[in-house]
Design a binder for this molecule. Structure first.
Ligand SMILES: [Zn+2]
Length: 84
């Protein structure tokens, strides 16, 4: 299944690279999607503690790698809101 289809299925929208970690709330889920189809759940609250809330998703991009293959560097971000 294509990554975009999977992301739509879990109800995400494309997260802009200029988005800051501070823009995300605890009920937001952040995912990193690789071109190989791997989608990883990103614990954005922990990243905010580690790198600071002013860190943008573009800043994070070089720090995140695909878990399936560390050589994959092309991660796209997607965010979703928890259903309440
Ligand atoms: Zn990958």
């Amino acid at each position: 299944m294509a990554v975009q289809t999977k992301l739509r299925r879990i109800g995400t929208w494309k997260a802009n690279g200029s988005m800051k970690l501070d823009d995300l709330r605890q009920w937001h889920h952040l995912y990193g999607a690789c071109r190989c189809g791997h989608i990883g759940y990103i614990k954005h609250d922990q990243l905010a503690k580690k790198y600071g809330g002013e860190t943008t998703l573009s800043d994070l991009k070089p720090k995140l790698r695909c878990k399936r293959n560390p050589e994959h560097e092309t991660l796209n971000f997607a965010a979703a809101q928890e259903k309440r």
